[in-house]
Design a protein around this ligand. Sequence first.
Ligand code: ZN
Ligand code: ZN
Length: 132
Amino acid sequence: MEKRRSSGNLNLLRRRGGKKMGEYGGTQICLDGHTITYNYELGSPLQAKHCRKCGKETITQCLSCNAAIRGKYNIPNIITAGYKYELPNLCHECGQPYPWTQTLLDNAVEIVALDEYLDNDDKEIIGVNPCI
Ligand SMILES: [Zn+2]
Ligand SMILES: [Zn+2]
């Protein structure tokens, strides 16, 4: 009876390193967060200065640090079917929110502010209630 030594752990510990990985495609997104293209090469006909949906300006770089916004991650020799590009919320380089994220944040602040107003109203209503 031979007992096999488990070598499974070694496989788990093995790290992927030194391999040439893929590259991010260039992306162009309008200030409102509409994706124009997430995998363009320079000169692509898909590029546009303004969004076709809302007419806002498009950007390809972070407005804070000018780092290119990451598009689709292309791995050589691998075709990704049914790929769906996910809009990044924050710059991977400087961590600042992208314009469309900032818009969402601003809206969220407004909603919270509205909630606070409602709370104040509630407090006033409770405050002027003579029954207590
Ligand atoms: Zn747009
Ligand atoms: Zn940045």
